[in-house]
Design a protein around this ligand. Structure first.
Ligand code: GLP
Length: 244
């Protein structure tokens, strides 16, 4: 669906997430959410915080799994996705910290493989993700699944694309400070979610959105794999949709 602007789109996505949480709560179940970072979902999280404060939306029964984290990365770094999630969402709602999962950027290299398998297994043991929200990078990455990622890939250590590091350079005060690697859920992990929402706004995403939705399905643009899923919805603003 296409909305007039990022705010309208963000409110609609937040509403969907809130409805999911409330629906689960009524059934006495937990909502298992896959969450994304970046500029794109910031207003979605702000609206969830508002719904918590003003409409009593509770996160007591919410379990979250974030898509990715830079590697190496200390959790209390300014640029970590842990810091991002705390500031934008978790510090402001009643979520149980034990229910929050974000890939660990402090692991020793030799522990990463087992850690990633365990991350997958935790999601599976909970019955899978009810909803995964995604942004999209200009390389066509979802999470940090850069070009070359396989459709059945799982959570793993990846090398970041040069364009991705350039796009992140502002946050790090220069590209040379951006980590070269990240831990990300795989395309296969994302695909197992019962519902997937990919959000994109602004003109600078128009070209990659066109490729993702209308381009040939290829590992060159990992987001094109989403064309194969029946559970995916693209939520765009008019600028991001302008080349469709
Ligand atoms: C980062 C994240 C992605 C995100 C993408 C887009 O690299 N790992 O999950 O979707 O960049 O970022 P933004 O929303 O800031 O454009």
């Amino acid at each position: 669906s296409v909305y007039s602007d990022p705010t309208a789109a963000s409110l609609a996505v937040a509403r969907r997430i809130a409805d999911l949480i409330r629906g689960k709560e009524e059934k006495g179940e937990q909502a298992i959410l896959g969450l994304a970072t970046g500029a794109t979902p910031v207003k979605v999280y702000a609206e969830l915080v508002r719904l918590h404060r003003e409409e009593g939306l509770s996160f007591r029964n919410v379990i979250t799994f974030n898509l990715d984290e830079y590697y190496p990365m200390l959790p209390d770094s300014e640029q970590s996705y842990v810091t991002f999630m705390n500031r934008n969402l978790f510090d402001h709602v009643d979520i149980d910290r034990a229910n929050v999962h974000i890939p660990d950027g402090t692991l020793a290299m030799e522990d990463i493989h087992d850690y990633c398998l365990a991350y997958e297994q935790k999601i599976t043991a909970l019955g899978g993700l009810d909803l995964q929200v995604l942004g999209i990078g200009r390389t066509g990455h979802i999470g940090f699944n850069e070009p070359g990622s396989a459709p059945n890939s799982g959570t793993r250590l990846v090398t970041l694309d040069d364009l991705t590091r350039r796009d992140a350079s502002r946050d790090f005060g220069g590209k040379e400070n951006v980590p070269t690697k990240a831990i990300t859920m795989g395309i296969g992990t994302i695909f197992k979610a019962r519902e997937i929402i990919l959000m994109a706004w602004n003109q600078k995403k128009a070209e990659i959105v066109k490729k993702a939705i209308e381009g040939e399905i290829s590992s060159d643009v990992p987001a094109t794999y989403l064309q194969l899923s029946e559970s995916v919805e693209f939520v765009l603003d008019e600028d991001a949709a302008s080349q469709l």
